[in-house]
Design a protein around this ligand. Structure first.
Ligand SMILES: [Zn+2]
Ligand SMILES: [Zn+2]
Length: 148
């Protein structure tokens, strides 16, 4: 029997379960938006089809349309403790990007790729050989890096 893969916000109101057989491959995004959203050096994320993410606790949704790209992101977070849990984006319908640090088993994750490294903070070294990109990765290359 495989161990359930679950996660949630800091206060426990918003919880989720992912329909995966193994922990997902996580990556780091060092972009400015992720630094702002997380208040940290980078966000730690994983991707999965939205229909494989089962949410309980009614997250609050914050919708933001970029004036530059015209893309709309929908951020789903806890309305009580403000943990950002996952988002979707109009450019990738049906795909959820989950904040991997919200997984209960986040200590078992390995970062397998890094994007937007041109915004990376000093003091963070990317391991030699780890796939990384200055900005966002071409989708096919990125998926290949996550599948390795
Ligand atoms: Zn909460
Ligand atoms: Zn980012």
């Amino acid at each position: 029997m495989t161990e359930a893969i679950e996660g949630g916000c800091r206060c426990g109101r918003v919880r989720y379960r992912v329909a995966l057989d193994a922990l997902p491959k996580a990556y780091a995004c060092h972009c400015r938006d992720c630094q702002t959203w997380s208040g940290s050096a980078f966000s730690t994320q994983f991707i999965l089809p939205e229909d494989q993410l089962e949410i309980t606790g009614e997250p609050a949704v914050f919708e933001l349309t970029s004036p530059i790209s015209g893309r709309t992101s929908r951020q789903h977070g806890c309305p009580v403790c403000f943990t950002r849990v996952y988002n979707t984006n109009s450019i990738r319908p049906g795909v959820a990007v989950v904040r991997a640090g919200t997984l209960d088993r986040s200590d078992e994750l390995t970062l397998v790729a890094h994007i937007w490294t041109k915004r990376k903070l000093g003091g963070i070294d990317i391991p030699a050989g780890a796939p990384s990109w200055d900005e966002s990765a071409p989708p096919a290359e990125f998926i290949a890096a996550l599948m390795r």
